[in-house]
Write a protein that binds this ligand. Sequence first.
Ligand code: 3PG
Length: 306
Amino acid sequence: MKILLASQKPFAASAVKEIRKIAEDAGHEFATLEKYASEAELIEAVKDADALIVRSDKVTAKVIEAADRLRIVVRAGAGYDNLDLEACSARGVVAMNTPGQNANAVAELAICMMIYMARKQFTPGTGSEIQGKTLGIQAFGNVGRLVGAKAAALGMRVKAIDPFLSPAQISAGGAEPVADLKQLYSGCDYLSIHIPATPQTIGSIGYELISSMPEGAVLVNTARKEVIDEAGLERALEERPDLCYVTDVAPDNIARLKEKFGSRVFATPKKMGAQTLEANLNAGLAAARQICAFFKDGDTRFQLNR
Ligand code: 3PG
């Protein structure tokens, strides 16, 4: 079988070497398409692939249709909003992700972003400490739970909400459960978003929630830009000169936000959350192993499109 690793944002070279080894040791052919610029290049490369590993690369219906031999696509990461699951199902292609494998890297970045903003982005003047402050975590999954544990270790009070978890499960994960989002946003100095981009969540965080945050609050987004209602964010920042927004997933209106609000808004130039050697190894190797297990034993444990 031919396994293609297609990543516009490449994994570390040592991770690619390990992924190749797993594929070749299992008797498969391995190829890479890195830093490609267009969907056309992916379409060309995927034509003779039996398996595909991607990161945030968009696997559209067009890509799936061009991949005559494709039997499995694995998103080496957590969020799979870049995969057209319907198109996969229509062609009998198994789609998987590698949940939790890059979670620590994203959690560390969320903490780093809080401290970066607390210290006023290392500009002169007086910053603040995160110890003693309250952190709200929206969605207490793999990343949210790690952010909570790290924040608690740094002396923060941690509150969380998750539509799929009971209050008892949230308490067991080390955070205080809250009744609703309004309570979370209005009661936390820092608010860290960990929801996926789905039809239900897209544009769901807007003016009302953001402007309900307390004096001097910081909104941290290492999840997806799409979950923010950008016009609502802009209005809240306009009306509340004390609020800040820090993100690893730059909004479309980032240039205007920077111009209007200066250092109250910070966005990484490129999504960096999972960009550590450890996360590359964890997610990349898991993807390769899942593909080998699928071809060898028909293992579909992480299948998303059942
Ligand atoms: C994920 O969903 O796993 C993260 O957003 C990481 O995405 P990346 O592989 O594009 O860095």
